[in-house]
Design a protein around this ligand. Structure first.
Ligand SMILES: Cc1ncc(COP(=O)(O)O)c(C=O)c1O
Length: 357
């Protein structure tokens, strides 16, 4: 069973395609990246691999502080969002981790590794993905750590902040820690910034997790960061490997977060791609798609067998979707599909169309 998408080397071997020729819709990586300056910066930084990386991440934290208007001491850098999840559980030592399913599997996986019990609630009623605020209010106890993934993977759903932020503050006062995983927030339309980052920087027990790997297309380098109050960040720092963010990742992240033109180009691309999606995937009655606010979408085929058949045929063409059978609450009839370049999206749409009756 596939735990994560993006197994590009495996796909290449399976389908006998070169890695660069595989159309990987199973990981949600920005097709525009990495930003243009990253490669040169990496070349120039290579000599410095003979030194230890900066374990305080001074330069990249300065860049992040400017870009997101938060103090440097509210930022803790890590080896991808995945390390942020682990550091939170290690450092906060919650009594329980509360996970909203279907969910990114690393919340529960990290909790298991660290012997923390997991409570799972559902945010899917079969048709819509909604935060179960009233149920959470009953379940959450002091000492819990709740993960809210917003925008939500694998559905692509985003909820207006005003519909849930007050509940987060109430739970935080109760002594519940809330980690809002915003790994896909950089893909939200720029005029609609639904981030909790500024709150996390000053409200006790509220944290934000961010990832650079999807928006800047650097999953092979790894970079993510946590935002929380300065006291909590100082505490959590002690639970992180001091050199987990290597020098090249720090340099790449610095150049990428400084490049506002790249962010703008990404927004323009995604707007166009959403428009095309509305006129293709969204108007076809042979499957059901769920509305998305980000760079991937969830699709339900008529049944699991049909879904598996189609995915099997697509593999022969070097096209990989993300089967969703191992997401709790979803089944094999669901697939998640990343939005890539216009040409690739059209190719995937045509390939799926030709195989679906
Ligand atoms: C919701 C969510 N959070 C975190 C991650 C991990 O991000 P990173 O590559 O920065 O570790 C992923 C990766 O797919 C994800 O979907």
């Amino acid at each position: 069973m596939m735990e994560h998408g993006g197994r590009i080397y495996h796909y290449a071997e399976l389908s006998q395609f070169a890695v660069k020729d595989v159309i990987d819709c199973s990981a949600n990586i920005n097709p525009l990246g990495p930003p243009p300056g990253v490669r040169d910066a990496l070349d120039a930084a290579l000599d410095a691999v003979r030194y230890y990386p900066d374990s305080d991440h001074e330069e990249i934290r300065r860049v992040l502080s400017d870009r997101f208007t938060i103090d440097q001491d509210t930022i803790l850098c890590a080896n991808g969002a995945t390390e942020c999840i682990e550091v939170l559980i290690k450092g906060l030592r919650p009594n329980r981790c509360v996970v909203l399913e279907p969910a990114f599997s690393e919340y529960a996986a990290a909790a298991y590794r660290l012997s923390c019990p997991v409570v799972r609630l559902s945010l899917f009623d079969g048709e819509r993905f909604v935060l179960p605020i009233a149920q959470l209010d009953q379940v959450l106890l002091q000492g819990d750590l709740l993960f809210i993934n917003h925008p939500h993977n694998p559905s692509g759903t985003s909820w207006p902040l005003q519909s849930w932020i007050e509940a987060v503050f109430t739970w935080a006062k109760r002594g519940v820690s809330i980690a809002v995983d915003e790994s896909f927030a950089d893909f939200l339309p720029q005029e609609d910034p639904r981030t909790v980052m500024q709150h996390a920087a000053c409200v006790q027990n509220v944290f934000v997790i961010r990832s650079a790997t999807k928006i800047f297309s650097i999953p092979g380098l790894r970079f993510g960061f946590l935002v929380g109050t300065p006291e909590k960040m100082a505490l959590l720092k002690a639970y992180r490997d001091p050199w987990s963010v290597n020098h090249l990742a720090q340099v790449a992240a610095r150049v990428a977060y400084e490049d506002l033109r790249f962010t703008l180009a990404t927004a323009v691309w995604l707007k166009q791609v959403h428009h095309d999606w509305q006129n293709s995937w969204a108007v076809d009655a042979r499957w059901h798609v769920f509305p998305t606010s980000v760079n991937f979408f969830l699709l339900r085929f008529s049944c699991a067998k049909e879904s598996q058949r189609i995915q099997g045929e697509l593999m022969k063409e070097g096209i990989y979707l993300r089967p969703c059978g191992n997401f709790q609450g979803l089944g094999d009839e669901y697939v998640r599909i990343a939005l890539l370049s216009k040409t690739q999206n059209e190719r995937v749409f045509q390939a799926v169309s030709a195989l679906t009756f």
